[in-house]
Design a protein around this ligand. Sequence first.
Ligand SMILES: *[C@@H]1O[C@H](CO)[C@@H](O)[C@H](O)[C@H]1NC(C)=O
Ligand SMILES: *[C@@H]1O[C@H](CO)[C@@H](O)[C@H](O)[C@H]1NC(C)=O
Ligand SMILES: *[C@@H]1O[C@H](CO)[C@@H](O)[C@H](O)[C@H]1NC(C)=O
Ligand SMILES: *[C@@H]1O[C@H](CO)[C@@H](O)[C@H](O)[C@H]1NC(C)=O
Ligand SMILES: *[C@@H]1O[C@H](CO)[C@@H](O)[C@H](O)[C@H]1NC(C)=O
Ligand SMILES: *[C@@H]1O[C@H](CO)[C@@H](O)[C@H](O)[C@H]1NC(C)=O
Ligand SMILES: *[C@@H]1O[C@H](CO)[C@@H](O)[C@H](O)[C@H]1NC(C)=O
Ligand SMILES: *[C@@H]1O[C@H](CO)[C@@H](O)[C@H](O)[C@H]1NC(C)=O
Ligand SMILES: *[C@@H]1O[C@H](CO)[C@@H](O)[C@H](O)[C@H]1NC(C)=O
Ligand SMILES: CC(=O)N[C@H]1CO[C@H](CO)[C@@H](O)[C@@H]1O
Length: 451
Amino acid sequence: MELCFFRSLSRFSFPLVSLLFLLSSFTFTSTEAYDALDPNGNITIKWDVTSWTADGYVALVTMFNFQQYRHIQAPGWTLGWTWAKKEVIWSMMGGQTTEQGDCSRFKGNIPHCCKKDPTVVDLLPGTPYNQQIGNCCKGGVINSWAQDPSNSASAFQVSVGGAGTTNKTVKLPRNFTLRAPGPGYTCGPAKIVKPTKYLTGDGRRVTQAMMTWNITCTYSQFLAQKTPSCCVSLSSFYNDTIVPCPTCTCGCQNNLTNPGSCVNPDSPYLASVVSERGKSNNMAPLVQCTSHMCPVRVHWHVKLNYKDYWRVKVTITNFNYRMNYSQWNLVVQHPNFDNLTQLFSFNYKPLNPYQNINDTAMLWGVKFYNDFLNQAGPLGNVQSELLFRKDKSTFTFDKGWGFPRRIYFNGDNCVMPPPEAYPYLPNSSLRKTVSFLVLLIGLLTTFACAF
Ligand SMILES: *[C@@H]1O[C@H](CO)[C@@H](O)[C@H](O)[C@H]1NC(C)=O
Ligand SMILES: *[C@@H]1O[C@H](CO)[C@@H](O)[C@H](O)[C@H]1NC(C)=O
Ligand SMILES: *[C@@H]1O[C@H](CO)[C@@H](O)[C@H](O)[C@H]1NC(C)=O
Ligand SMILES: *[C@@H]1O[C@H](CO)[C@@H](O)[C@H](O)[C@H]1NC(C)=O
Ligand SMILES: *[C@@H]1O[C@H](CO)[C@@H](O)[C@H](O)[C@H]1NC(C)=O
Ligand SMILES: *[C@@H]1O[C@H](CO)[C@@H](O)[C@H](O)[C@H]1NC(C)=O
Ligand SMILES: *[C@@H]1O[C@H](CO)[C@@H](O)[C@H](O)[C@H]1NC(C)=O
Ligand SMILES: *[C@@H]1O[C@H](CO)[C@@H](O)[C@H](O)[C@H]1NC(C)=O
Ligand SMILES: *[C@@H]1O[C@H](CO)[C@@H](O)[C@H](O)[C@H]1NC(C)=O
Ligand SMILES: CC(=O)N[C@H]1CO[C@H](CO)[C@@H](O)[C@@H]1O
């Protein structure tokens, strides 16, 4: 029906108006950790010293993802720090260090790790129960706060030796680094905070940690990647131009200076890449050759215009042969989200960073249905339709109003086409006739296509 609609509409050609776009004021560069749509977003790492030992302490380390829409997906987080003294890790539960380091000065009882700067990773699902603790063993995957708060934390336990054994002598670890698994996060110094209190199982007694310190880590897309990783393309029922992602958004296709920077779906090279997968842990994107070269594209199609409602179709396409996105999410800013009436096959949650403005939505897939965005190929896309109720005082298709102001995929900004390229609305003096015509044509084609 959508195609029918296009076809019948394109038979009419309307004079044009040259448009001024309000949207240029929304142009946005993300060069700093501050994210206007999630101003308090951070990952907080909490160390609770649960007991003192003969030569140190046992600590429960918990990472809380307080970011609304940024999650850590497979292969998961790595957490590193530098010991302030000559500490060693005697043992761990629910996590492990990636390297033991030089423990040659120990006899008999050998520590789990003797490195000055240990690097810890989560254990995998299916770890034996006696090595688990609560919130561990998810392969380093942490969900976002808005999407799945019950899975937004990750924890492990360390027994530290060679450390202070009182809250006066203990020295806080320094230089925390969090990788997810690539760069992007910057962690502040550890700060001593009020000891965590625990409620016993029956809820009748409160115990508390010996000592607690917090570390806060924030994300910056600029640190995570030098080039964008996502772009937006646009189309509408009232104009048959499809506005593609800007050329070279995420890189340029250049066979001379950059051979093999992308692959074509029918290339024999692709087959060898696909068969080699799993053996190497190469995370660098291998994208399908497109003019934009982005791993992910979000397409926004203004699909239908009803009397009181209008309808949008959103399609997310994965062009990366090396990546499946699990628990993907999309953040979309559009003024009509305050009157979103219906959403098909995606989950929705309004985000209100500024209490009274309800123009930002978080969208994500339905579990076991489309929460998994497959690698590039025939299955590499997910889609949904959104139905908005028109607010007569603000609604218009003019000046690109029907298009989103901002889109994030998995927390990273998607580059929009320049506002002057947006599909034009046919000349304004004809608008009344047009919307009538559009409605009529819509109805006619609906019938025509139905038969
Ligand atoms: C729009 O259409 C009207 C009437 O046909 C015409 O006078 C006007 O110049 C057109 N505007 C533009 C920008 O083409
Ligand atoms: C981290 O996020 C939590 C929850 O949103 C917030 O209460 C806290 O103030 C944030 N911390 C920093 C340092 O921004
Ligand atoms: C250290 O422990 C003493 C009691 O043993 C307590 O009074 C003090 O507040 C603690 N200091 C910190 C920083 O936790
Ligand atoms: C922590 O990192 C800073 C800068 O990266 C470095 O100058 C400093 O020496 C490091 N401290 C330790 C204890 O490694
Ligand atoms: C320390 O982190 C915990 C867990 O995120 C949080 O509940 C607590 O408020 C934090 N304390 C401070 C002072 O930021
Ligand atoms: C690069 O090579 C591919 C085939 O490998 C071809 O389809 C494409 O047109 C070439 N691009 C340029 C800019 O030469
Ligand atoms: C993505 O998932 C599919 C189906 O589960 C799997 O066959 C494929 O190997 C995965 N690709 C990557 C890059 O992990
Ligand atoms: C925002 O708009 C949505 C959709 O109309 C509505 O469900 C939600 O309650 C609104 N939230 C606020 C805080 O107004
Ligand atoms: C559709 O919009 C494009 C701008 O993206 C413009 O060049 C084209 O003339 C418009 N077509 C019609 C029929 O209005
Ligand atoms: C037409 C319509 O339903 N408009 C409503 C859109 O949402 C705002 C805020 O929620 C309401 O005030 C409008 O009445």
